[in-house]
Design a protein around this ligand. Structure first.
Ligand code: BDR
Ligand code: CA
Length: 311
């Protein structure tokens, strides 16, 4: 497996945290660009800085947009991830500082500095990436690969608007801009996440045998774990970790379908839905490789290594 160079746009968030641990274990990380999403920007930036401190790395953290492009969000995900996005464990102020450069400008600059080299991994609402694309429409041509965690391709989402998934539902206009701008991207949707849950005992074993990364993750995971248990979300579900696995090891994908995917912007009950032209009848050029299945054992290995579990 060659080590990709990743630029991660994220809204940490507990599953973002696991994905960022995986990225640093299995890839080179150029930067974290941070959006509001799971919780407000002040928390998501602080959480990104905390991860940089935990990992003892020099990965730059670029704060981005504090709100969606057009409409105010209907809800955040503090009820899953905790008020501060990291389970409200009260960790001390992290030492690493955030960059003064805005996330959208950092995305543009870094894709100019390393044209064709960066794999973008989008783990949150697509606000920063959409803004960058509007500022510089040529950005997609300089990106090696884009992997997006987002969508609910058959409509079994996880928001109040039933067919919508959180990252897309939080900022549908941004998702629309990105889905139209990139000729092809990998889409890891919520439903794939649920299909690729791990039994609780597997997570408990990682947690028991890992190093300080596992200890930290276990602490911040408490709120989300309780929420999942109380809402019939069986097993260990980690949406952003699945997208990161696809980003660091593309060979993990065992089943995928390439289709045109559009974002519903206006629906009274369906705003934020990812509408897949499964039968190719609407004439849109396919833009998404929809990841349907991955090698679950390999996915587990990638997580375990990132938590410091001995082989
Ligand atoms: C996505 O929404 C967020 O709560 C998670 O961090 C993940 O990116 C799952 O729908
Ligand atoms: Ca996220």
């Amino acid at each position: 497996m060659t080590r990709p160079l990743l630029l991660i746009d994220t809204d940490p968030g507990v599953d973002d945290a696991l994905a960022i641990l995986m990225a640093h274990a299995h890839a080179d990380v150029a930067a974290l660009t941070v959006a509001a999403g799971n919780v407000g920007l002040e928390h998501t930036v602080r959480n990104a800085r905390k991860l940089v401190e935990l990992l003892n790395v020099a990965t730059p953290v670029h704060p981005g947009c504090p709100s969606p492009l057009v409409r105010a969000p209907e809800e955040d995900a503090a009820f899953v991830h905790g008020t501060d996005g990291f389970g409200d464990v009260g960790y001390p102020e992290p030492r690493p500082q955030a960059s003064a450069e805005h996330a959208a400008l950092a995305l543009i600059r870094m894709t100019h500095e390393k044209p064709g080299e960066l794999t973008l991994v989008a783990l949150g609402p697509l606000t920063n990436l959409a803004l960058a694309v509007r500022l510089d429409p040529s950005l997609p041509s300089r990106v090696k690969r884009l992997v997006i965690m987002g969508g609910a391709v058959t409509g079994h989402g996880n928001t109040g608007k039933i067919p919508a998934e959180f990252n897309i539902g939080f900022d549908p206009e941004a998702a629309h801009v990105v889905f139209e701008a990139f000729p092809m991207f990998d889409l890891v949707d919520w439903e794939a996440t649920v299909r690729h849950a791990f039994p609780d005992e597997v997570y408990e074993s990682w947690s028991a045998h890992g190093d300080e990364r596992a200890t930290f993750f276990h602490a911040i995971f408490g709120t989300a774990r309780l929420f999942n248990a109380e809402h019939e979300r069986a097993g260990f579900i980690a949406a952003d970790a699945l997208a990161m696995a696809v980003a660091v090891d593309p060979s993990i994908v065992t089943r995928a379908e390439t289709r045109h995917v559009a974002i519903e912007l206006d629906g009274r009950l369906t705003r934020g839905a990812t509408v897949v032209d499964w039968h190719g009848r609407l004439g849109g050029k396919p833009n998404a490789r929809i990841v349907l299945d991955v090698d679950q054992a390999r996915f587990g290995e990638l997580i375990a290594q990132a938590l410091g579990v001995p082989a």
